[in-house]
Design a protein around this ligand. Structure first.
Ligand SMILES: *Cc1c(COP(=O)(O)O)cnc(C)c1O
Length: 402
């Protein structure tokens, strides 16, 4: 099995700015008040922890926020994705196309629900699923296209919907477009719509690192498809009266804090976006680094701040830069994320024979130095300075060994 050329230097304990903070962990008095209220009221034995009507209110807030017809809350984004795929009843020959640079979760979900994962290349600027390459791999067996808005850069869903329409499955019709928006909650698509309304179904996660969080775990699916919404409601609650199901409910306290987090989401995202734009200004002019695109109008939330090193630095040079950043300057960075089939045994085995050379090359050039809206301007200045110096250090050693 091929392995990843580089691992994240987590061995460096004394990072001043750690590799991966809980990026959504930003609570105000309003969240604390909501928790106290739920605690006090649930202490009454006649009320307890029954989640409705808090989950109803959270779902209503989410439909209002996205403009989608339905929102269904889950205990995690991962379980939500599993249940969406379960609804499709995938046969072993049924294909689901997804970008090779991804979080492993959605890929494992495709395999777990019995389908065949088909990997496609990212486009090189945002690392989102490349439409032309999706067209290369689409087939009469394609049931779904799984689009992840990569690290907060929102992709255009429309070309994929067109592509799906032109390649209907002989039995099931056009493949559905499933959007993984775990890293793009609150974003806007190129049409100006909120993430969550375009496509067949959109999955959001409120895990601790995400743009908003419901105590470190939680998820929501939005959809305009009533049949899917109704089925998801049954699946997460033991199947209703007749069907298979399990317990994947969001808790009362998660929903209560989610309502507050959602009301603050735009402010939290704006703070992150301005920090990222200022960082881009500060790093402009460093020849070796390709900076993330500055998409306006909420089309990039900078869930992570992607940097690409030069092609000649792919792998070793990138790893050296991460190590210098950590060891000399105390700045954590992460490879977010490697090509899934190189980083996970099950995916590697399932996808054996599939190769995405462009994805492999881009992933070997990628690093994401820590970015958080709650860092002080001084922290941010020090990190930019460290990136500049560390890049120069690595460039010098590269020239010396040429
Ligand atoms: C976090 C994440 C998920 C999974 O969400 P959980 O709520 O942690 O299960 C799925 N896809 C992407 C891209 C993610 O970042």
């Amino acid at each position: 099995m091929p392995t990843n050329p580089a691992t994240v230097p987590r061995h460096i304990e004394a990072l001043r700015w750690p590799v991966e903070p809980a990026q959504g962990g930003w609570y105000t008095d309003a969240e604390h008040d909501a928790v106290r209220k739920v605690l006090a009221e649930s202490d009454d034995w006649r009320t307890g922890w029954k989640a409705v009507p808090y989950t109803d209110a959270f779902e209503e807030a989410f439909t209002a926020h996205t403009g989608a017809g339905h929102a269904v809350a889950f205990n995690s984004g991962g379980t939500a994705m599993e249940m969406i795929l379960r609804y499709l009843r995938l046969a072993p020959e049924d294909e689901v196309i997804s970008c090779a640079i991804n979080f492993v979760g959605p890929h494992i979900a495709v395999i777990g629900q019995g389908g065949r994962l088909v990997l496609a290349e990212p486009e090189p600027v945002t690392l989102n699923l490349d439409v032309a390459d999706t067209e290369r791999v689409i087939s009469p067996r394609t049931r779904a296209i799984l689009l992840t808005h990569w690290n907060g850069a929102v992709a255009d869903v429309r070309p994929l919907l067109d592509l799906a329409d032109r390649h209907p499955h002989p039995v099931h019709g056009p493949p559905v477009v499933i959007v993984d928006a775990a890293r793009a909650c609150g974003g806007r698509t190129p049409t100006g719509a909120r993430v969550g309304v375009e496509g067949w179904a959109t999955v959001f996660s409120f895990e601790s690192k995400k743009l908003m969080t419901t105590f470190g775990q939680g998820g929501v699916v939005t959809t305009n498809n009533s049949a899917l919404a109704e089925r998801l409601r049954r699946l997460r609650a033991y199947g209703g009266r007749d069907h298979w199901g399990t317990n994947q409910m969001m808790s009362k306290i998660q929903a209560a804090v989610g309502i507050v987090q959602l009301s603050r989401l735009d402010d939290m995202n704006s703070a992150r976006i301005s920090r990222a734009h200022r960082r881009t200004q500060a790093l402009e002019g460093i020849d070796e680094l390709t900076l993330p695109p500055a998409l306006g109008g909420g089309q990039h939330l900078y869930y992570r701040y992607n940097l690409l090193v030069p092609d000649e630095w792919a792998g070793g040079g990138r790893h050296k830069l991460m190590n210098v950043l950590a060891a000399t300057y105390g700045v954590g960075s992460i490879i977010s994320d490697p090509v899934t089939y190189l980083g996970h045994g099950l995916i590697s085995e399932h996808a054996s024979g599939q190769h995405c050379p462009r994805a492999e090359r881009l992933a070997a050039r990628l690093l994401c130095p820590i970015l958080h809206p709650r860092m002080s301007p001084g922290d941010e200045a020090a990190i930019c300075d460290a990136i500049r110096r560390a890049t120069a250090d690595v460039a010098r050693t590269h020239r010396a060994t040429d």
